[in-house]
Write a protein that binds this ligand. Sequence first.
Ligand code: UFG
Length: 321
Amino acid sequence: MRVLVAGGAGYIGSVVTAALLQSGHQVTVLDDLSTGHADAVPEGATLVRASLHDSAPVLADVRPEAVLHFAAKSLVGASQVTPEDYWHTNVGGSLALLEAMRAADCRRIVFSSTAATYGEPDEVPISEDAPTRPTNTYGASKLAVDHMLTSYAVAHSFAAVSLRYFNVAGAAYGCGERHATETHVIPIALQVAAGTRNAMTVFGEDYPTPDGTCIRDYVHVQDLAAAHLLALPAPAPGEHRVYNLGNGTGFSVQEVVEAVRSVTGHTVPVVVGARRAGDPARLVASSARIRADLGWAPEHTDLAGIVADAWEFAQARNTLV
Ligand code: UFG
């Protein structure tokens, strides 16, 4: 297929671009490089530097048969401080992209949604039928786009899939995580292991979990990429599907730190700090629906393996400085 990847110069977008190329798809990446990197775009894909708001001429030119949409602002904390950026880019930008698709008669889309659409869960593991009560603007902006896709499917015969990622981690195809502002626990712990940060703060150890630290569902980015390839042809016109993507196994912050110590062979000094506002104690996905519908099953479920791939990428691309 001729596909357009919005946000293909970012972490997850670049990995999925590599997977698409490997499966024989023809890929154009649309990215404004506000947080992505031109050199992250895998060889074989064409990069067009443009924002979602200016995507119409690009789609008119490329005439894609499908779009994969990763382009977004994705920092939960920042979304509470400058929500206007999140509404403008994530919601306004997505609307512009959907309109550009309609004008170019492209009606197939896979969208990066998030576990943050659920907020504080009543039950774990979290299924797609759980109530959506986001506790931050980031999650609310992604949920708004999920709703947008439902109405575009109904009114304009879009074939759409929202993939709700839990904690994406690891690296694949030589692509990985390289954020100017790093907030995620695994890359931060790796920076501490490499000695470029003095210590890591564990945000709270008084949660109602076995070791008192928060539990999250870390899903390998390569498994995530495989899910995108399965999702791409799946929906019929008029259909909007929603799938959770996680390992189904939770690991605590303490277990992450231990994994980083054992993979890197370095000490990882930690300081116990206060809880971070808005952090639920335990977030674990039920991915039963995508397993049943599309036969997706995560293959890289071992935390040490996920950390090892992230460590290898970080060293190779020198992201630890
Ligand atoms: N944590 C620390 N210290 C740090 C960084 C994180 O203890 O320096 C803890 C957090 O408190 C949390 C866990 O590590 O318990 C994971 O935190 P991350 O910031 O790595 O990830 P989140 O679970 O907060 O966020 C992820 C995605 C978001 C998404 C969210 C949905 O990165 O994009 O899941 O819940 F919105």
